[in-house]
Design a protein around this ligand. Sequence first.
Ligand SMILES: [Zn+2]
Length: 444
Amino acid sequence: MKYLPIRSLRWLAAGLSLAIAVTGHGAGLSLQSVRMHEAPDYTRVVFDISGAVSYDLFVLDNPKRVVVDLADTEAAASFDPALVALGRKRVRSVRGSKRSEGYRLVLDVVGALEPRSFTLEPVPPYGHRLVVDLYSTVKAAKPTFVPKPEGKRDVVVAVDAGHGGEDPGASGPKGIREKHIVMNIARLLKQKLDATEGYRGVMVRTGDYYLVHRKRTEIARDAGAHLFVSIHADAFKGPGVDGASVYTLSDRGATSETARWLAESENSSDLIGAGVNEVVSGEQGDYLLKAILEVSMDANRSASIEVGEWVLDKLDGVTKLHKKRVEQAGFLVLKSPDVPSILVETGFISNPAEAHRLNSPGFQEKIALALFVGIRNYMESRAPEGTLIAWRREQGGQRYTIARGDTLSGIAVRHGTSTRRIKEANGMANDRIRVGQVITIPAG
Ligand SMILES: [Zn+2]
């Protein structure tokens, strides 16, 4: 279940406010600010209020507007409704007025929108919030891509910047937020993919808004992704822990104490971001999750681990590794049964030195490049069917699987070619090869 009907939420909110009134804290709430996050299919309007609020919400037509009555609430002196809607696409303007029983906000909206609302408990850095999501009732047209000739498609990589919107992810010193850092790295990774012939990056979230995990994997599948990469930055209880790690989905839950702790904190972000528990729980949930995971395991487990190893290999050169091997954990965002998926924790925001590094454009560039080269090396070795890179391989030369003890120069000599030509044919940036890697030996 994603959203409760508005009526039952009203009831809930009224119940909460009643309970609070009994304990004597109900009076005199203050509306501090109203923030907006615009997603492709909805706009999230967030009311920051000093306590749990009882509210009423209804829609009026001609012109279309959404009215929110906040009971027992006054606007803070600093709150200016006129500024809220500046430059927004679904909300033209916001007006506020004091009423005897509270404060009324009127949102003048554009187009056919359906509001859904719920309240959120305080989660740092935020306090009590009322959330009104304005959904476009007209489905936005899916982006169309120029179709590539059959058999020469791009390798599509879905690039998922973790968290977003009301869910900031991990927080570090000086207001450093995971959601912004991972967005920067994701954009850089997309740029590198798009700049490489035969590859295309698809951003899973394109701005500062939240997407539930199921929606993220759905976007990847809709885009025909060959790989899903979720980018995150860690937080831990102590400031001393640092380094990057790469995760794939496990069927037995976490492989280590840290992994389990992380899995819980990442999964719980659905609670924070959507206000609704997306985690399947209870006996039935366990059964369902197990079934999903078993399917996932068979088709994707080895592919996900393999791409994870390639990425880890490249991260090794640019940052400290928190874990030297690809870890497995129960991250919900990795549960695509048919798209190989990895989750990269780029470092620990809870470590002040690493937070500083993660926040710097130079380091973000290095991380993005490592992700790109790792992904490309994997794709070159696997060449997904129907793609340009697979076609190129078929056109020229033979395939060779790297064995233990091989060197690139040794292979070149044996096949009467040069290391330079082999690297060109395989899009390799350096001489590093890996046991089991399949390369193309150029013809002639
Ligand atoms: Zn995260």
